[in-house]
Design a protein around this ligand. Structure first.
Ligand SMILES: [Fe+2]
Ligand SMILES: [Fe+2]
Length: 188
């Protein structure tokens, strides 16, 4: 899969997991205020059942870190965010949260391991600092798992915000920092 391709995550909603119209309306209102301030508040009943996939953030060149394998791995994180957003907008997020969290925890571990190994092999000077940031993201993912297991009802909103921050801050700023160093060391 090359950069620019959005990988889809195969997570299907479970049965009987439609949120009530009241909660759904609250969710779309909150999302509109926090993520889509320029758009009118979306009405969930019109969206329920739609087959169109509603991505919150699509991968594009500005998210490239200059290393193709890392761009491909980051695309998976975009897919997790967009799958969660799509499910929330269609009112069945509760049915996929557990599966998404399991995928996120597993994938974050694999991605951080690969990214740190790449930086270590190229003796990237920012490795130690970068590793601390990965540990913090890992801790936060673990906390989401605990909150999910406790049955926290507003988890999806916080998880969406967390993932959005991960993509727009960690990848675009922190990960982007190793690009030119890697390229100078023959890693593209
Ligand atoms: Fe990173
Ligand atoms: Fe990364």
């Amino acid at each position: 899969m090359g950069p620019g391709c959005i990988n889809t995550v195969s997570v299907e909603p479970g049965p009987g997991c439609l949120e009530s119209p009241g909660i759904a309306s609250e969710l779309t209102h909150w999302i509109s205020l926090n993520f889509l301030p320029d758009l009118p508040i979306l009405k969930l009943p019109a969206l329920a059942g739609r087959r169109t996939r509603m991505a919150l953030i699509s991968w594009n060149g500005k998210y490239s870190v200059g290393v193709q394998s890392m761009d491909s791995q980051h695309n998976v994180l975009f897919a997790i965010l967009n799958d969660l957003h799509d499910a929330m907008m269609k009112g069945h997020a509760h049915g996929i949260t557990g599966a998404l969290l399991r995928k996120l925890a597993k994938y974050a571990h694999e991605h951080f391991t690969a990214e740190e190994a790449m930086m270590s092999a190229a003796t990237y000077p920012g490795l130690a600092e970068h590793r601390v940031k990965h540990r913090d993201l890992t801790r936060q993912v673990d906390e989401f798992v605990v909150r999910y297991e406790r049955g926290e009802t507003t988890l999806n909103l916080h998880l969406l915000n967390f993932l959005r921050d991960w993509l727009t801050n960690h990848i675009e700023k922190v990960d982007h920092g190793y690009g030119s160093w890697m390229n100078k060391h023959g890693v593209h």
